[in-house]
Design a protein around this ligand. Structure first.
Ligand SMILES: Cc1cc2nc3c(=O)[nH]c(=O)nc-3n(C[C@H](O)[C@H](O)[C@H](O)COP(=O)(O)O)c2cc1C
Length: 375
């Protein structure tokens, strides 16, 4: 393991939790049981958001195949789609896994991810049980775009700000002060609205984004959409490299709207450059899910080395010093036009000032540029 990941040089404290580095496994296959979570920590990840779980009586039946890839002209994968549901393991197994992982990795941050029906008792029970089993924080899955919304869960809740606020407040009330992050769906017109609702409900932060509703392709021979299950498909969640620009924009929108609100940025992180961009846009931790699925947990070594070099190059003493540093450079399009007009005028004035330039354009306008008081 590269020591920069664990020697404290990249440490960042968020909502009172000290992450040895800001790199966190996003909820999904790379966090689906204690064995894979331990492998992630062994590779050097600072935190893991476990695969979303629910109380055991909630039926979860997955299908196969459930993934699809979009490859570029050179064969490299650009985008990834899944129609996977939340964990199909009994909740009691998760409680045992949380305990085991936390005992083995006390210096790493373990975030439980939960999804439930619109029922206060169920949300509060699963909250209390995850925290009792050792989770350092909770992430509320208001964002899974396929399967669960058909039964009023996941993105169906995330698209309803009143519900986001209410359910968040139930969890916060049962969490005894432990941090609560609400995971946002990008399948909404304005992501600031559910983020504000989560804050109003008492959340300590948000994770953004979950997958973008999509269909990865259609088989032109059979006319069947993919991934094809018994000749049919359903819209699924799009992730990996191609979604990063959209995720960055959404993280930036939340950061500008809610300064100081913790954001765990996620969507298309494949390299240290991607991760640093999320920090510069206001995220204080950076998650990756499809990245480790396709590249392996060891990708975190390049993340650590790249971030270390970047901090040094810019003279940032800590990760926190870099957070949000690109936000001041966003403005309205109208302002861009004004800035460009000002620059052009300044350049014209400068050129007209040199005798060799006189007469190349409109002589009278050139003279006018040198008048100090224009009436
Ligand atoms: C196969 C797969 C399963 C996922 N399962 C979950 C899940 O159970 N809960 C959740 O909150 N997000 C889940 N996600 C979404 C990811 O955590 C993440 O928000 C999204 O994929 C974008 O990040 P990425 O491009 O780094 O994968 C899943 C993603 C994939 C690809």
């Amino acid at each position: 393991m590269s020591s920069i990941l664990t020697n404290g040089d990249l440490a960042v404290t968020v909502n009172g939790m000290r992450f040895l580095n800001p790199f966190v496994i996003g909820s999904g296959p790379p966090s689906t049981n204690a064995t894979v979570i331990s492998k992630a920590f062994a590779a050097g990840w600072g935190g893991v958001v476990a695969k979303t779980t629910s109380l055991s009586d909630l039926p979860v039946v997955n299908v196969q195949p459930r993934y699809g890839k979009l490859n570029g002209p050179h064969g490299d994968t650009i985008g990834f789609q899944n129609i996977e549901l939340i964990s199909d393991r009994p909740f009691e197994d998760w409680e045992a896994d949380f305990k085991k992982v936390k005992e083995q990795w006390p210096d790493r941050i373990l975030v439980g991810s939960i999804m439930e029906q619109y029922d206060k008792g169920r949300w509060q029970e699963i909250t209390a049980r995850c925290l009792a089993a050792g989770c350092d924080a909770l992430e509320l899955n208001f964002s899974c775009p396929h399967g669960h919304p058909e039964t009023g869960m996941g993105a169906a809740m995330g698209q309803n700000p009143a519900m986001v606020e209410e359910v968040t407040s139930w969890v916060v009330a049962a969490a005894g002060g432990k941090p609560v992050w609400a995971k946002m769906t990008p399948n909404i017109t304005d992501i600031r609205v559910p983020a504000r609702a989560a804050k109003a409900g008492g959340a300590d932060g948000v994770a953004a984004i979950n997958t973008i509703l999509s269909t990865i392709g259609i088989n032109l021979k059979t006319l069947r959409p993919t991934p094809t299950v018994e000749g049919h498909s359903t819209f699924g969640g799009y992730s990996y490299r191609a979604v990063k620009p959209i995720a960055l924009r959404m993280v930036g929108e939340i950061a500008m709207d809610q300064p100081g609100f913790a954001i765990s940025g996620i969507g298309g992180v494949c390299s240290s450059t991607d991760a640093i961009e999320f920090l510069l846009m206001g995220a204080s931790t950076v998650q990756s899910c499809t990245g480790p699925m396709l590249q392996g947990f060891e990708m975190v070594h390049e993340l650590g080395e790249g971030l270390g070099a970047f901090l040094q190059q810019h003279g940032f003493a800590t990760v926190r010093d870099s957070i949000g540093k690109s936000l001041p450079y966003f403005t309205s399009h109208h302002h861009l036009v004004e800035l460009q007009a000002e620059k052009k005028a300044a350049k014209a004035a400068e050129l007209a000032n040199r005798d060799t330039e006189w007469g190349k354009k409109d002589f009278v306008a050139e003279a006018g540029n040198l008048v100090s008081h224009k009436e």
